[in-house]
Structures are given as structure tokens and as C-alpha cells.
Write a protein that binds this ligand. Structure first.
Ligand code: CA
Length: 585
């Protein structure tokens, strides 16, 4: 469903190549958790992938580590090899047939057990007869380590931080530059639309068609009817030779064109880590090829998401399923809406962070732009955290009222007249545990030895869970988390009612979280719920779930809120005939 940046989006992947580093964002994550936290899980994942590859390819563990590095694209390969030179020697010298990845990471100090805490394990201890391609040593760190390496090991033992390991540090620094940014990195005219796809560019909001003019951007009302130039980036411009009229006036002026915006969390951003990155039986260089793209989009896939998806799936090696979205429905309904989408979702976002910072990345000119249909979809992080006393860290009903009203006030000052705002209710995250608990997690795919229950328990033991309340073996805790989520939803429902008359520029409605209805749809289609969940994080809906959620939301809009989608444009075919793909994306 959703995710706190520091608690899963970073750990899971950072775990094996991009863990937190020395400054701001990454540094904060570094300090999360207990018993080694993120450094521990990062180590465990690296060791387990390496060890499994050595069995699959019948090669030494050092060769497997090199193999893993060779899967990475150029940009990361070199740093990975620097890391492998160091870590490979640790493995050669210290990883014995009696070790699991967990016990090895305890040996080198990246995992440890704090006083009063239990020891954390995700893998069962290997049976001695399990064949493993490892050297068996009685001693440890004696034979191949240089003086410098021994110093590094000693440093880790005193202050265990995986970002301090050779090679990883550079990668951590890259991450720091990318994450928690809300505006496009490359935006010359400062209109918050970019010609670049990642780094909060056109993956997130319609591609700019002129990055030297602030008044040219998706969603604007055309300047001088776009007789000479395409100011709103919808690909429609020029004069019809027959009538002498501008195409914008003929095809779009009275079409009630509108954009779509989502203020959301990792579910709306569509967080997704390819299972091929953790499942060693299907790991390949092809799966890592889009790594830079994935990283620069914060592990999110807004271009395939339920609200702002706009691409056909061309990343078949790493993401699977159909694409459907509110934006694509709006575009099919009225081609004048081309490129008018803004996905302002941030992994881990709560209602508080939305009101404090994230919402301000919205760009809409009240008078010069078209209205929008906006979804306020903070659907679970307010009840999710990694703390043992999880309930003390959940958003209260008073807080969510205040936070949502602050956002509405901002929208009251920002949105063009004729807009429509939906406050989307929270999910019931119990579906995650109920659907996945006994299934095998991708990291256990070689030996079928890690279930989602093991996986969730491990995160809880390290106190880095994205949602201790729902990803929990204790049913009472799961139920109480849902209870709070439903209380927060009730507040949003109430806010939608009491505040509706306050704003003249938008209509305001509450919408039940589409996932409830989508699950019913799964049943009708004979789809098991787990098939619509993200296999790696066990916490989000996957591509199929996203597409079905979009369908459900769209049906609601069509039947209950026709003003939020506008009429079908009778000129769609003509637009297609004259302008083809309208400049694409
Ligand atoms: Ca235009």
C-alpha cells in the first residue's frame, strides 16, 4: 500500500546496493531501527543473494558477488566492484557452511543484538548437510584481509554503518541527491514542468513543451488560441486551412478540458521493486538494466500508476501487468487533456507532511489554467510506523482533521474554478497479512525458506517496518490499526461534508478507498488477492492492483461525479486524424 521512505523504500533496495549515507535524507534512515537496522538488513540481503547465486551457478561466492555486480549497468558496476573487492574477501574468509546470511552479518558486526532485544533472523540456520559453495574455515578474518580491510572491519564493529563500506558510500551519496525532492530537478523556466523524464520530471507531471517559457506548460488555457505555437503542450495548435479557425478553438475550447492531480503516498506514486532483483532464480542483467531510471524515480512508477499512468508497459523485464489510469481515461474521453497530469506523491507521506511541504509542489494557475480533478490520497501512513509502541506514533483524529483542512485551505487558494477534490479514505491493511502470511517471499525462492511472516517479523525485529501495525503476527494489533485507520477515514468523510460549502473554486467529496471495491472485483475475476500485491515489499498493490483500482475509481466518477470527468469530446477522432499521437510524452 504505502511506505515510509526511510523504512522500506530505502531498506529493501538500499539493502543490497543503495543504503543510506552520510547526509540529510540517507543519514536519517541510517539511524532508524534497532539491532543494526538498515545496515543489518542490507548486509543480509547482499550475502543471501550472493550465496544463492553461488549455488545456482555452481561457482565460488566471490564469483557470485562479481556476477551480481556485472548485472548492474555501467554507472553502478564500478562502485559495486570496489565494494565486492572488499566484501568478497570478508565472505571468503568468514562465511562458513554453518552460517546463514544472518549469522555472517552478526559476525562482521553489521547486525547485533541490543540489550533487552531479541536476536533478529530471517533465514533458518542452515543444516550442516546443506550443500553450499563456501570455504570452510576454522578461523576468521585471518588469511586474506589486508591491514586496511581489518581496520574497516574494526570500524564497522564500533559504528556499524553499511554506507561506510568501500564502494557503497558513493551510491549512498547518489541516493541522497535524489530522494525527498518534490520539484523537477531539470526545469529551466521554473514552471515545475520538465522535458526530462525522471527526477520528478515528465514521469510525474506532463512533459513541458517549452522549457524556456513559464507560461507554456501542460494544463494552461491556450495563449492566443495556440494559433502559432502549442502553449499548453497538448499537441494541438495551428489553423484549420478550411475554416481559418484555430484548432484549439474548434476542438477544445468548449470541451471542458481538465487535468488530474494526486496528492499521495507511495501507493499513488506506485512504489515497485522488481521481484527479479531479489529472486535469484530469475535474476538477470536485463532486470537491472533500468536501474538508473528506477533509482531516479525513487523506486516509483507514476507513469503506470492508477491516477496518472500514461504509458503502455514497456518495462516487461521488471514490471508486469496492464496499465489503466484516471489520466488515460480522461485522455480517451477528451484528447485536449493530453499531458495534463501531476503526480505529487511521495513515499511515506502522511497528512502532516502533505500540508507542511509536499502540497506546495503543486502548480496550477487559478486564472490561466484549466480546472483539475484532484485526489487527496494519504491512505495509510498516518497509522503506519516502525515503533514498538506503534499506537503512540499514529496520527490522531484531531491531527488529521487539522492537516486535511490545511490542505483544503491551500487548494482553495490554488485551484482554478470548476475543479473537484476527492478526499480518499484509508485502506484496511489487514488484507496484506491475511493474503501473504504463508507465501514464500522472493528472497526465499531458491530454498522456499522465507515466508512473508518471516519477512515481516524480521522488519519488526529490526524496528524498520514500514507498518508494524498491519505487518504483524498479532491479530489484535492488526485489528486496532485498522480501527484507527477507519476512525481517520471517518474524519475525512466528515471534513468533506462540513467544508464543502466553504470553497467556491472546487467541489469537495469523500471517496471510499477504491481498494475495497477492487478486492471484490478480484473475486469476481477469479483473482486471488495476493496476485494484486507487490511481491517484494508485501505492502503495496502491484501493476494489476493499480489498474483495477483505476477502473473502480473511474466507474465511481462516471456514475456519481460526471462533472469531475467532463463530457466526451466529439472531436477526438478529428484530433487524432490531424495531430496523431499529439507529440507523445
Ligand atoms: Ca495546444
Amino acid at each position: 500500500m504505502l511506505l515510509r521512505v526511510g523504512q522500506l523504500s530505502i531498506p529493501l533496495l538500499l539493502c543490497f546496493l543503495v543504503p543510506p549515507s552520510t547526509s540529510t535524507v540517507v543519514d536519517n534512515y541510517m539511524n532508524l531501527g534497532k539491532n543494526g537496522g538498515i545496515s543489518c538488513i542490507s548486509c543480509t540481503v547482499i550475502v543471501s543473494l550472493t550465496e544463492q547465486l553461488s549455488v545456482i551457478h555452481n561457482e565460488t561466492i566471490l564469483h557470485s558477488l562479481e556476477r551480481l555486480c556485472n548485472y548492474f549497468p555501467d554507472k553502478y558496476r564500478q562502485q559495486c566492484h570496489i565494494f565486492a573487492d572488499f566484501f568478497g574477501n570478508l565472505l571468503i574468509d568468514g562465511f562458513t557452511a554453518e552460517d546463514s546470511p544472518d549469522t555472517f552479518c552478526h559476525k562482521i558486526g553489521l547486525c547485533y543484538t541490543e540489550q533487552g532485544k531479541q536476536e533478529c533472523h530471517i533465514f533458518p540456520k542452515p543444516k550442516p548437510r546443506t550443500p553450499r559453495n563456501v570455504h570452510v574455515h576454522s578461523g576468521f578474518f585471518k588469511e586474506v584481509l589486508t591491514h586496511e580491510m581489518k581496520q574497516t572491519v574494526n570500524k564497522i564493529k564500533q559504528d556499524p554503518k553499511i554506507c561506510d563500506l568501500p564502494g557503497i558510500k558513493t551510491i549512498c551519496d547518489w541516493i541522497d541527491m535524489i530522494f525527498d525532492k518534490h520539484d523537477p530537478a531539470i526545469d529551466l523556466d521554473d514552471d515545475r514542468f520538465s522535458t526530462y523524464s525522471t527526477l520528478r520530471g515528465s514521469s510525474w507531471r506532463g512533459k513541458d513543451c517549452d522549457d524556456s517559457r513559464k507560461d507554456f506548460h501542460p494544463g494552461s488555457r491556450p495563449l492566443d488560441s495556440d494559433k502559432n505555437r502549442d502553449s499548453n503542450c497538448n499537441g494541438i495548435m495551428g489553423l484549420d486551412p478550411a475554416s481559418g479557425q484555430s484548432y484549439e478553438d474548434m476542438y477544445c475550447k468548449d470541451s471542458q478540458a481538465r487535468g488530474v492531480v494526486v496528492l499521495g503516498d507511495s501507493l499513488s506514486a506506485h512504489f515497485h521493486i522488481p521481484r527479479e532483483w531479489l529472486n535469484t532464480t530469475e535474476m538477470s542483467a536485463a532486470a537491472f538494466e533500468p536501474l538508473p531510471f528506477i533509482l531516479e524515480n525513487e523506486f516509483d512508477w507514476p507513469e503506470f500508476s492508477s491516477v496518472t499512468g500514461y504509458l503502455n508497459n514497456t518495462y516487461n523485464n521488471v514490471i508486469h501487468g496492464p496499465m489503466n489510469s484516471i489520466y488515460s481515461y480522461l485522455w480517451q474521453r477528451n484528447r485536449c487533456n493530453h499531458r495534463d497530469y501531476q503526480n505529487l506523491s511521495v513515499n511515506g507521506a502522511r497528512t502532516g507532511a502533505m500540508a507542511d511541504t509536499i502540497q506546495h509542489s503543486l502548480f496550477r494557475n487559478r486564472t490561466a489554467d484549466n480546472p483539475v480533478t484532484l485526489f487527496y490520497a494519504l491512505i495509510g501512513n498516518d497509522v503506519c510506523n516502525s515503533h514498538v509502541d506503534t499506537f503512540a506514533h499514529m496520527t490522531t483524529t484531531e491531527e488529521i482533521r487539522n492537516n486535511s483542512m490545511r490542505t483544503l485551505e491551500f487548494l482553495g487558494k490554488t485551484l482554478p474554478a470548476g475543479s473537484h477534490v476527492f478526499l480518499v479514505g484509508l485502506v484496511d491493511g489487514r488484507v496484506l497479512y491475511d493474503s501473504l502470511k504463508d507465501r514464500i517471499h522472493p528472497i526465499g525462492s531458491l530454498r522456499n525458506d522465507v515466508t512473508y511472516t518471516d519477512f515481516y517479523n524480521y522488519f519488526n525485529c529490526l524496528e524498520i517496518s514500514p507498518c508494524l501495525g498491519w505487518l504483524n503476527t498479532n491479530e489484535t494489533i492488526r485489528n486496532m490499526t485498522t480501527k484507527r485507520a477507519m476512525e481517520l477515514s471517518s474524519v475525512l468523510k466528515d471534513v468533506a461534508k462540513t467544508e464543502a460549502s466553504k470553497y467556491s473554486n472546487f467541489k469537495l467529496d469523500y471517496m471510499e478507498n477504491p481498494i475495497f471495491q477492487a478486492i471484490e472485483e478480484f473475486k469476481k475475476l477469479g483473482i486471488q488477492t495476493w496476485e494484486a500485491l507487490e511481491p517484494v515489499d508485501g505492502f503495496h498493490s502491484n501493476q494489476l492492483g493499480q489498474a483495477l483500482s483505476a477502473q473502480v475509481m473511474w466507474q465511481n466518477l462516471e456514475t456519481k461525479y460526471p462533472d469531475a470527468i467532463g463530457p466526451m469530446n466529439p472531436f477526438n477522432d478529428k484530433i487524432k486524424a490531424v495531430f496523431g499521437n499529439q507529440g507523445g510524452y
